[in-house]
Ligand binder design. Structure first.
Ligand code: HEC
Length: 137
């Protein structure tokens, strides 16, 4: 019995320590996205990230839409959803909770990229986006 329990409790311990390490930072997410994209972190571009944020696309209703539509022209400031709900600032310096939860980040990238670009963002685009936001003062 003990022989059988031992490996699984080791596995449990492993899970606990993985959970404890699960909190991300903008820098660790940039590293992960760069890895996924197969490029060095230094190849992420804040300039491309800014363009991704600002470029307008024809939305489903034909109206131009961009990330700035909800997150405003300045991501250091609070934004608004289409129904007027407050969105806390996206820039990590203005809102330290940003880019610390990988699941949340993935969920909103998926949803908002589909909304604005009508496709998912690539790993490179996500990395560029965080690179830009995290250098905003
Ligand atoms: C229709 C409104 C809307 C648009 C357009 C929009 N967002 Fe968002 N975004 C939200 C809302 C709502 C949240 C979640 C609420 C919150 O976290 O404050 C959010 C959260 C996020 C997050 C989560 C970050 C974190 O760590 O908490 C990311 C990343 C994000 N948006 C990226 C984008 C990108 C990239 C675009 C453009 C391609 C975009 N958003 C366009 C409404 C929008």
């Amino acid at each position: 019995m003990i022989k059988h329990m031992f490996p699984s409790s080791l596995a449990m311990l492993g899970m606990v320590s993985t959970l404890a390490l699960a909190a991300e930072t903008p820098a660790s997410l940039m590293t992960q996205y760069a890895q996924k994209a197969g490029v060095p972190v230094s190849a992420l571009s804040a300039q491309r990230g800014a363009a991704l944020y600002r470029t307008e696309h024809a939305g489903r209703d034909g109206q131009p839409v961009s990330c700035a539509s909800c997150h405003t022209a300045s991501p250091q400031q609070a934004g608004r959803t289409r129904v007027g709900k407050r969105i806390e600032p996206l820039a990590p310096l203005a809102n330290p909770q940003r880019f610390t939860d990988a699941a949340k980040v993935e969920k909103w990238f998926r949803r908002n990229c589909m909304d604005v670009l009508q496709r998912e963002c690539s790993a490179q685009e996500k990395g560029d986006f965080i690179a830009w936001l995290s250098q905003l003062k």
